[in-house]
Design a protein around this ligand. Structure first.
Ligand SMILES: [Zn+2]
Length: 134
């Protein structure tokens, strides 16, 4: 099941060996890949090819961009590797899907604590945060 859409933002087709495959993406087009595969492919080092003047050939420029096409867990550093298996840990405010209760609590505390309607819940959460800081 595809999870990440890999776009080629270059003006020329992009071609690169990846594992046993030769991946080719036309300019301005995309390829859907498994999330972990897509991240490995985008992160794979490509030796720059130079012209006679020592400038990098545009065909060897890796101008790939990833687009998340399924809700994935964002660990905060741009990695989208794990997917929630159900809506059990879905944020009721913004719809973000979290991987577990701890992640959901952290998300709510970070993003929605100040505008929480339930003041008792808000106080409870603030006290819990202060407790862990001590
Ligand atoms: Zn939220």
């Amino acid at each position: 099941m595809p999870k990440i859409r890999v776009w080629n933002d270059n003006t020329v087709p992009y071609e690169e060996e990846f594992g046993d495959n030769n991946i080719k993406i036309l300019p301005g087009k995309f390829l859907d890949m498994e999330a972990d595969e897509a991240i490995r492919f985008i992160g794979q080092y490509r030796q720059p090819e130079l012209d006679g003047m020592g400038n990098q050939l545009v065909t060897s420029m890796k101008m790939l961009r990833k687009e998340i096409i399924e809700p994935l867990f964002d660990d905060g550093s741009g990695n989208y590797l794990r997917k929630a298996t159900s809506d059990d840990f879905k944020c009721n405010v913004c719809g973000k899907i979290c991987v577990d209760q701890e992640h959901l609590d952290g998300h709510i505390n970070a993003k929605h604590l100040n505008d929480m309607a339930d003041k008792r819940e808000q106080t409870k959460r603030m006290e819990a945060i202060n407790k862990t800081k001590r």
